[in-house]
Design a protein around this ligand. Structure first.
Ligand SMILES: Nc1nc2c(ncn2[C@@H]2O[C@H](COP(=O)(O)OP(=O)(O)O)[C@@H](O)[C@H]2O)c(=O)[nH]1
Ligand SMILES: [Mg+2]
Length: 449
């Protein structure tokens, strides 16, 4: 074994000397600055291999990362090279002036540089990939933890509120039982002014709810003004029935010749028969169209009518056809006002989805249907409030034309809280119910005064 010392003004030159003297497999034992020069102690690769006998299955028999003489490293300050070397030969003497004790460990068998660089590159790449994967899973864990903590803090905060401000609990319980969303219930209870008792708090809540239902107060806005209206919504919500009810109101006011009916339900067998029958009874023509071009022609022919009611084919809010239908009604040139029929028996999530799907560039308003069938109507009112829909009518039965009424906010709110068959919640369940309520930015526009 033969340790040699090389001195040169720069690391690069010193390393070049090492290579020249000992070949590419040289093992650097130390590298330090001495009096403005760089001093390297090195060992020939063969000598280094002889240093430590090792069993074939020891990690040492794997090709050890070779001296990092890659250009990038060489041009780095001496310390970096030393560090790289130290890993190679951990027992390398600190004071190279002394004779070198045989290093017990490391010993690099003769190794091929390219192989090493590719091994190192592989190792770095896999370390990077592992780190990225770990980071991603850590982030998602952190997010989950944050969610959990927020929920628990909310729960705690609310449990605290329950004790200090029992009126809030009353309001919250009533709203949830009536089918309003936890987020709206939470939002209102947070804004609840000081109240004498639970009854006063409830009164305040009902007033706020009614105030935020944007209802048509006088049907002249619709019947006198006239225009082209399309009733839209999922299948079975009551579009055809409601169209017939509206048609009857128009005919009673203006006579049959001022009104025209159009159906786009040309696909399903017998689908437009129903409207045709109503048309016949009212003495109003029913036009059937199958596409946008048809509709354009029909609307052009009917431009002298005071009112045109379009009964559309029912499309699930989850169907791509909704977008096509919205586009068709928006694209015909004539201003077609879309009125959404909302089934009061649907859940708040479904109704929100329906509104979003049918919204397009804006709905003229909504009609709540099947009020008579709904156990609770809070969910429908919640969506009306949240989306600030103009509420035209509420339908509470199958009879044409009787079962259609102007939407009266106070009456609807009264109905929401009256005769409850919805399950009541226990005080202990309330924090859980509201804790997960996400803050909904749409609620920011709820008016209180
Ligand atoms: N109970 C009740 N049934 C209704 C109401 N509106 C419509 N219906 C019934 O719901 C069913 C579907 O109505 P239809 O007008 O054909 O729905 P469309 O598919 O949206 O056109 C029919 O049996 C209607 O009589 C309502 O307000 N209350
Ligand atoms: Mg129909």
């Amino acid at each position: 074994m033969n340790v040699k010392k090389f001195t040169a003004p720069t690391s690069r030159e010193a390393l070049r000397k090492v290579r020249e003297a000992l070949g590419p497999d040289a093992v650097i034992l130390s590298n330090r600055a001495v009096d403005g020069a760089v001093e390297i102690l090195a060992l020939a690769g063969d000598d280094a291999a002889a240093l430590a006998p090792h069993s074939p299955d020891s990690p040492m028999s794997a090709p050890a990362p070779h001296l990092e003489l890659a250009p990038a490293l060489v041009s780095q300050p001496a310390a970096a090279v030393v560090r790289a070397t130290a890993r190679q030969a951990p027992a390398a003497p600190r004071a190279p002036a002394r004779p070198i004790a045989p290093a017990p460990a490391p010993a690099a068998p003769a190794v091929d540089m390219d192989r090493i660089s590719s091994l190192v590159a592989e190792a770095v790449a896999s370390a990077k990939a592992t780190a990225a994967a770990e980071m991603t899973s850590m982030m998602s864990e952190l997010r989950a933890m944050r969610g959990m903590m927020e929920t628990q803090l909310n729960e705690l905060a609310f449990a605290n509120t329950q004790q200090r401000e029992p009126h809030k609990t009353v309001v919250l319980r009533e709203m949830l039982a009536a089918g309003f969303s936890a987020s709206l219930a939470r939002y209102l209870t947070d804004k609840l002014p000081a109240a004498r008792d639970g009854a006063e708090a409830l009164q305040w809540m009902r007033t706020v709810l009614a105030r935020n239902i944007n209802a048509m107060s006088n049907e002249d806005a619709l019947l006198e003004k006239g225009g082209v209206f399309a009733l839209v919504g999922p299948t079975g919500v009551g579009k055809t029935t409601t169209t017939a009810k509206l048609a009857a109101r128009c005919v009673m006011r203006h006579g049959p010749e001022k009104l025209a009916l159009i159906t786009t339900d040309a696909y399903r067998i017998g689908a437009h028969e129903q409207l045709r029958i109503y048309g016949k009874i009212l003495g109003v023509m029913v036009h059937s169209v199958k596409d946008e071009a048809d509709l354009r022609i029909a609307l052009n022919e009917l431009r002298n009518k005071h009112t045109v009611l379009i009964d559309t084919v029912g499309v699930s809010q989850r169907d791509q056809m909704v977008a096509e239908q919205v586009a068709m009604l928006q694209g015909v040139g004539t201003d077609v006002q879309r009125i959404l029929c909302m089934n009061a028996t649907s859940t708040q999530e479904t109704l929100s989805e329906v509104v979003r799907a049918y919204q397009g560039s804006g709905l003229a308003g909504a009609i709540i249907t099947k009020l008579d069938e709904a156990a609770s109507i809070g969910s429908a009112l919640d969506v009306v409030i949240r989306h600030k829909l103009r509420l035209f009518y509420a339908s509470n039965g199958q009879r044409v034309p009787e079962d259609l009424h102007l939407a009266d906010p106070a009456a609807l709110v009264g109905r929401a809280f009256g005769g409850q068959s919805a399950p009541k919640y226990g005080d202990a369940e309330l924090p859980l119910l509201v804790a997960g309520a996400v803050h909904d930015p749409m609620l920011r526009e709820v008016r209180f005064g």
